[in-house]
Design a protein around this ligand. Sequence first.
Ligand SMILES: [Zn+2]
Ligand SMILES: [Zn+2]
Length: 333
Amino acid sequence: MKSKKPNYSVKMLPALREIERAKNGRKCHKCEKKPAVFLSHSQLYFCKNHFLEYFERTFMRTVRDFSLIKKGEHILIGLSGGKDSTALLYCLSSLKKSLPFKLTAFIIDVGVPGYCTNSLKCARASCQKLSIPLKIVSFKEETGKTLLEFIKGREEDSCSFCGVIRRHIMNRQAKLLKADKIAVAHNLDDFAQTTLMNIMRNEPARLARFGLMSGIVDDCGFVSRIKPFARLSEVETSIYAIFKNFSYNPESCPYSKNAFRQIVRKTLNEIEEKYPGTKKRIFAGCLVVQKALQEKYSKQGLKICKCKHCSEPSAHEKCKFCEMTESSPAFNL
Ligand SMILES: [Zn+2]
Ligand SMILES: [Zn+2]
């Protein structure tokens, strides 16, 4: 039995499965309408409107519960053109109606042909639609090299390499734009994966630091990064993107590779399928553990100084960005 379906990427399959499961339900959990989606983790059926309401409420509750945004602040949102950051852009834009703050969007053009053109096009379209100013920064202008030149010889871990560079550029730009915080679209899946990875790598200090608002150490040049989607899963952001029907780039970066995270992601998805709600329980458990750990690490004191080469904040004399860019094979040619 084949029905007409738009061309969704493989990443959307779990979301489409939840939409398919709605056929088994009689009515929405909140009203008499036919359900449009079934959420396995809560075992609840929702019509389209009540799903959108649930999604935006969860986002707003996270902002409120963790005091992520205060009235009058300037928030910089990091866009990739993908579904998660576009969904966050829509939610932040709608939050502005009840909580006035300044919102600026930001995207790094990493210079990957095709992928980037599409990402930039989608980011521009969404920002234009919502009347949000967009700042585009070129990876090459910021670092002197393209991403491809940088990852040469380190393809196996290109994502964490690219991540360090992105964070560095974002932090510097946020200060230039006088932004108070940087909003990133990390969702529940990212959060649960990072929690497990930090445990498996035995890195409790990292586990203590990576919460919903990072950059707790004041006055060291770190602009706080906030994660208002931490309670929403990737399946939920996918359903939101499908229901809202906004334009986004469905492709992943063709160079995205992080072998370890991919294994954790796959395993966690398998466990979630068998035991729905696992990701949410990891999130809740992590918050409790983090509280205890933060106390321990705040007593020890986290020393942050400025990098001697670029003056950006760093735990060592030379920051990771400078360490990486100088040791990059592209630089040693
Ligand atoms: Zn309903
Ligand atoms: Zn540096």
